[in-house]
Ligand binder design. Sequence first.
Ligand code: G3I
Length: 363
Amino acid sequence: MPSISEVFRILLMISCCVCILFTGGCGESEDNDPDEMLTIMEDPIHSYASYPIGVAIDSPHMLDDDIYYRSLATHHHNSATPGNDMKMDALHPDENSYSWDNAEEILDFCNQHEMRVHGHVLVWHQQVPSWMEEYEGTPEEWEAILKDHIQTIITHFAGSVDSWDVVNEAFEENGQLRHTIWRDNIGDDYIAKCFQWAREAGPSIKLFYNDFSLSYNAQKMQAVLEMIDDFRSRDPEIPIDGIGFQMHISDDQPLNEYIQAAVDSVKSRDLLIHFSELDVSLNKFGLYSELTEEMKIRQKERYSDIVQIYNTIPRDQQFGITIWGISDADSWIRYCFNRLDWPLLFDEEFEPKPAFWGFVTSL
Ligand code: G3I
């Protein structure tokens, strides 16, 4: 019976061999030196970065023992975000019971492979368990439920999960607070309360607000900045350590200048910055049925630009870049929007795309 470390070594070797084989036919662009590319594939992506490189992972792949998935996840990344297994419905399916197994499986896997785990997500208006959606109670009872949810989870994972997306997507595109069951039952200050409860349960845990479109929607970004400034102006201050820019972007939108401006506005507030769910859609209107060479190159440049923007952030504010999946076949875009797309660094066969080279050579 091989030991865990032997199994890991075998997986790693397989991963390297797979990767090296793949470089022969991966559609790499002509401007890359093949020898240099081989070396890059053998080395983990994260070894080129001075900040963590993360990936979203889901328990079904772990449970299915998908060797390519597992190998690429562990070989190239030193951070992971559970894509679904730490959401409200996954962890808290019934009012009086929690379900830890799938999340624990991910944690074990990450611990074995020395990958940091970023918790996602304590409070979000999607993937909410039905008992919570249907709950009827006073504002105090709603607060008790949410406080218990946040503090039970943070406490359960203490020592293994040192950072959390506390609240996700609380603002509408016009910068107004989104109507959610918590806002509607607890009041507008529910976000501040969530951060306070999280800090009580985990005094040293890094607490993030996470959202999409912050990199191009100035109105929404402004609303988030005002929330941060409000948190900091209170006595005592409401704790917040970082902002997650989801970065579900496309090959042509948003413009780099917009992303840079949004990042700069958070930089100046001395917060951690996480590009928390990066992917680059190539088919946002569903017009294309195949991935062309020209699209691959556009995507490569886009991934390169994003890394270069991230590199402008001071090191002590760089929480890392997390890519929202491994192969195009697993991308949430395909099954959530039911459209063909190729947003990730590896294709359906787990072969690195030009995007891979754009990403890694800019780190
Ligand atoms: O678990 C069920 C499974 O039992 C069933 O067989 C299968 C059939 O479709 O569905 C499975 O649930 C799916 C779940 O992902 C797990 O794969 C849901 O249908 C599907 O809606 C869900 O999508 C997730 C999505 O959030 C939900 O909004 C994606 O995987 C996940 O990547 C995505 O992640 C979000 C971030 O949390 C927040 N930011 C946006 C990002 C993309 O939407």
